[in-house]
Design a protein around this ligand. Structure first.
Ligand SMILES: [Fe+2]
Ligand SMILES: [Fe+2]
Length: 242
């Protein structure tokens, strides 16, 4: 779901500067060199946000400040958009930890350059959500406001997007690049990110979405791992024959 669709479907009005700021974030995402963190990731988060806001039994909508929440969605992965996790496990882990911090820095620079008169409190709140959504900041300090809690839940839910898993598979199953390290990255990703405790979520709706998604996704990942093993074996046999 695109930005304007999300706003109109949920009757959210943003001032023109905030709207431009959101578009700026999405434009950075559109140029992303990482398929799993591009503008489509942002659009999928709008889908999740829309579903959560309208879920029966959740009263999130009345509590959310959309002036914070919407720009935070658009900017949260702008740093990752410029990173391409190659087959180095070290780079991959570094990227996971630096995630929120990198985007928050990028966001700050952008505000100072293009929106210097932005309300200081609002600026701080958006920056907080962007920084705390992932990596080191989240694990060290947790999250305190509802905007960041929703962002964390929907961002985590997108880990179990079949589309995203398949685009990762395309990246890691590129015959030329498959090796034991790429298998290590996929295994690390499964252990650390796919199999999470459902108490990691802040809302009942997110928990039930997670439980619906996890099984088919783990089956798909298992197929990817088998394929990686086959390619590695084939490569080893070819090397042996040479
Ligand atoms: Fe992120
Ligand atoms: Fe994200």
């Amino acid at each position: 779901m695109k930005l304007h669709e999300f706003l109109s479907e949920n009757k959210i009005k943003l001032e023109s500067d905030l709207l431009n700021l959101c578009e700026d974030g999405i434009n950075i995402m559109r140029e992303s060199i990482d398929d799993s963190h591009n503008h489509n990731h942002v659009y999928r988060l709008f889908d999740f946000a829309h579903n959560l806001i309208n879920a029966e039994g959740e009263d999130v909508s009345e509590k959310l400040n959309f002036d914070i929440f919407v720009p935070a969605i658009c900017w949260h992965d702008t740093w990752k958009a410029g990173r391409f996790t190659n087959d180095s496990l070290k780079v991959f882990i570094f990227d996971q930890y630096w995630d929120g911090l990198g985007s928050a820095r990028k966001f700050s620079k952008h505000i100072k350059t293009y929106y210097p008169t932005m309300d200081a409190k609002l600026y701080k709140e958006i920056k907080y959500s962007v920084r705390q959504h992932g990596g080191l900041s989240k694990s060290l300090f947790g999250v305190k406001n509802i905007e960041t809690k929703v962002l964390c839940d929907i961002d985590t839910l997108d880990l179990w997007s079949m589309k995203r898993i398949k685009s990762m598979a395309d990246k890691y199953l590129n015959h030329e690049h498959v090796n034991k390290r790429s298998r290590g990255i996929v295994r690390y990703y499964v252990k650390k990110y796919l199999k999470v405790d459902d108490d990691k979520f802040h809302f009942d709706w997110s928990k039930s979405e997670y439980l619906k998604k996890i099984k088919p996704i783990l089956n798909e990942v298992e197929k990817i791992l088998q394929k990686i093993d086959e390619i590695i074996l084939e490569k080893e046999e070819n090397n042996f024959e040479l």
